[in-house]
Write a protein that binds this ligand. Structure first.
Ligand SMILES: [Zn+2]
Length: 451
């Protein structure tokens, strides 16, 4: 699959936002209205046609004025998937009902781009760098074959449409589904379909570990830890997003909702704090939480996996984009109540931010979102849980489709954080009080694709 998205980036930067103020500069916006459509704040959102309602409905990228967290929360409650953050503004995707919700709340819409208005020439051309579903399976098999006695193929469950939720386990004494008492850590990718870089990152991190398993600092971790990678939690959605040759900007899974819309937001479907703020009850919304907590086979699979492995101490869920490191809570304003754990979270987030350049913060400091993976992992299971929002930092730098050129650099900068967390899986609390051996691991990656 895979596409570079130079064209998409160019489309956004040159067509939609040439000279825009998104980067903080207050310059006037010029826009070639012949190619996309930017709707001025005063223009009403078009009502979806019956045909649109039968599919996903009209869909927009919007930038809204949001001066503070309360404003971001209001936007999230209106159904906006908040993806990009800048001073006084937030960008994300939203459907027509959500736009009406924004207007009814008096939220100022600075830009509104109809995503359906993009022609094929404005979307990225295929390239072979990104892995589609079958290529993920093949890559996992290749890694396992390259590291006998260390890596094994595993399956967490099946997607709604029956695709395998495939993964890889590093454990020198327990393969497949066999129990292990070693401290465990799990890396998850692509809850959200369009976030393809969040498949590549855990997949190629696993490959890097296999390729570098003889390095003493890696070997010692492999000998003493139980390490799991599931790079594609939402294979149905990811396949849908690229299969036509034109990206769909699809976020959710492929559930057919009662009103004809498609998809539940898997990262609003987890059962801790489910039903709270920042998740939509509108099935057409990008942040639709589903009819009940854990209504979806993909989130159920993660739940069952965590429950079946009480040795898991750390979880990292990769998403894109905005270059953030987020930790609980997401659904509550408050800090987590365990002060020792909070100190450990902050120490870990700060350390990993130093290596990646990402911004560390409590998830709800950005905006309230309920039903996400990390709140459940921490709240229900006591697993230290992080969300990484990977590259790029903005929609105009490539957004969900930053192209093949960022894969290697993204994986490289995420090697040290991954090793650090693997190291800490024996006792995450020590992050706040001890230096961690993996901090000294040199980053000498070779992440070129092998097939
Ligand atoms: Zn996401």
């Amino acid at each position: 699959m895979a596409r570079t998205n130079a064209l998409l980036a160019a489309a956004f930067s040159s067509i939609l936002l040439a000279g825009s103020s998104w980067a903080g500069e207050d310059r006037p916006i010029s826009f070639d209205g012949s190619k996309g459509s930017v709707i001025e704040p005063a223009a009403p959102a078009p009502a979806p046609s019956p045909g649109e309602l039968e599919s996903q409905g009209a869909h927009y990228w919007v930038v809204i004025e949001a001066q503070d967290r309360a404003a971001r929360n209001a936007a999230a409650d209106a159904g906006l998937s908040l993806e990009e953050f800048a001073a006084g503004k937030v960008g994300g995707t939203i459907n027509a009902q959500g736009v009406r919700n924004l207007r009814s709340k008096g939220i100022k819409i600075i830009k509104q781009v109809d995503l359906d208005s993009f022609g094929p020439e404005q979307f990225p051309k295929p390239d072979e760098a990104y892995h589609d579903y079958k290529e993920v399976l093949a890559e996992l098999d290749g890694i396992v074959a390259s590291a006998p006695g260390v890596a094994s193929r595993v399956k967490m469950g099946s997607s709604l449409n029956g695709l395998e939720l495939a993964g890889l386990r590093f454990n020198t004494t327990a393969s497949g589904s066999r129990k292990s008492s070693k401290p465990g850590i799990v890396f998850l990718g692509t809850h959200h379909a369009r976030e393809h870089l969040s498949t590549e990152t855990p997949l190629l991190l696993a490959k890097w570990i296999a390729d570098n398993r003889a390095k003493p600092e890696v070997a010692s971790l492999l000998a003493t830890r139980d390490i799991w990678f599931f790079p594609l939690v939402n294979p149905d959605g990811a396949e849908f997003d690229h299969a036509s040759g034109k990206y769909k900007m699809h976020r959710k899974n492929m559930r057919k909702n009662d009103n004809g819309t498609t998809g539940v937001d898997l990262n609003r479907n987890y059962g801790f704090g489910w039903g709270g703020g920042g998740a939509s009850t509108d099935p057409g919304s990008d942040t639709y939480r589903g009819p009940s907590a854990f209504s979806e086979p993909e989130s159920q699979a993660v739940k069952r996996f965590a429950e079946a492995h009480p040795n898991l101490k750390i979880l990292l869920s990769y998403h894109t984009f905005s270059e953030l490191i987020l930790y609980p809570w997401g659904h509550l304003d408050e800090d987590i109540s365990d002060a020792r754990a909070l100190a450990a979270y902050k120490a870990m987030a700060a350390k990993m931010a130093g290596w990646t350049g990402y911004t560390p913060q409590k998830s709800s400091d950005l905006y309230i979102a309920s039903g996400d993976t990390c709140d459940w992992a921490w709240g229900e299971r006591g697993i230290f849980a992080f969300t990484f929002e990977l590259t790029p930092s903005s929609m105009w730098g490539g957004g969900f489709y930053p192209g093949a050129g960022v894969i290697a650099s993204t994986v490289e900068k995420n090697i040290r954080p991954a090793l650090y967390l693997i190291d800490l899986a024996d006792d995450p609390y020590r992050a706040a009080t001890q230096s961690v051996a993996a901090q000294a691991v040199p980053s000498t990656p070779s992440v070129a694709r092998t097939q």
